[in-house]
Design a protein around this ligand. Structure first.
Ligand code: ADP
Ligand code: MG
Length: 269
């Protein structure tokens, strides 16, 4: 596959939507894999206690594994917990373990509790011998301190939206929260990218939802739609992205195309 333009400094994305099951983890992992395959060095930070992103990229995340929990709560350097994915040489992951479930509470009493991930990531990115081009932070489906840490650490928000009837519901709350973060904690934060997921072209409803979201967010919505596909949902159980699991399937091709759009658009001004 053709190589894509690489950003001159790392683009850090938070993948967020307070709804569960909309394709946050799936999009995180497959966009990361797509970019890694086309020549970028990519880091996935798993910030969901369920650890689905860690599973999907095939890294270890048993309860004794050093993880993002140790980075945020115990000041362990990120370089000490990052693992290389067995799938691509250029794909890395900071895993999440079950301990992260307690972090939401433990963070409350810590100094600079909203900035813990950002400080750790900034240090890691500036000290790593080989530069990273992309970082994707996979968030839990809530707006607690973990997600706030992700918004503070990022410059860009990528919102996956499922092509279904209630797609826009709750989105204004998410956007308000992002505005608050921008005003008080992270002035550089932008909602740069919206990705429509689980698209089924046979239903009028899916097309209606896509039209609605495009009308509201003409600049942010990617042209590429991610189809509903069994291959996409099967891939994680093999510890693989769909890009490796079935590289010529429509799901794989759609994530490669979405990744190319993100690379060609570049970082927001
Ligand atoms: P979230 O991280 O937002 O909770 P996931 O990425 O885990 O959502 O996706 C929820 C479920 O939907 C998972 O079982 C996943 O495999 C499945 N899924 C995600 N995207 C697709 C798709 N394009 N086609 C079919 N199934 C999908
Ligand atoms: Mg998830």
């Amino acid at each position: 596959s053709a190589s894509l333009p690489l950003p001159s400094s790392p683009r850090v994305f938070t993948v967020a939507n307070q709804k569960g099951g909309v394709g946050k983890t799936t999009s995180t992992v497959n966009l990361a894999a797509a970019l890694a395959r086309t020549g970028a060095r990519v880091l996935v930070i798993d910030l969901d206690p369920q650890g689905n992103a860690s599973t999907a990229v095939g890294v270890e995340h048993r309860s004794e594994t050093s993880s993002v929990y140790d980075v945020m709560i115990n000041d362990v350097p990120m370089a000490d917990v990052v693992q290389k994915s067995p799938e691509f040489d250029a794909l890395y992951c900071v895993p999440a373990t079950i301990h992260l479930a307690g972090a939401e509470i433990e963070l409350v009493s810590l100094v600079a509790r909203e900035q813990r991930l950002r400080s750790a990531l900034d240090t890691f990115l500036s000290e790593t011998p080989e530069p990273f081009h992309y970082v994707f932070i996979d968030c839990p489906p809530s707006l607690g301190l973990l997600t706030i840490n992700a918004f503070v650490a990022a410059q860009e928000v990528l919102i996956p939206i499922q092509c279904e009837y209630y797609a826009l519901e709750g989105l204004s709350q998410l956007l308000n929260n992002i505005k608050l973060i921008e005003r008080h904690l992270n002035p550089r934060l932008r909602v740069s990218t919206i990705l429509m997921t689980m698209y089924d072209s046979r239903t009028n409803l899916a097309n209606q939802v896509v039209d609605d979201v495009r009308a509201h967010f003409p600049k942010q919505v990617l042209t590429t739609l991610i189809p509903r596909s069994v291959r996409i949902s099967e891939a994680p159980s093999y510890g693989q992205s769909v890009i490796s699991y079935d590289q010529n399937s429509p799901g794989s091709l759609s994530y490669l195309e979405a990744a190319a759009e993100i690379a060609h658009r570049g970082a927001p001004k």
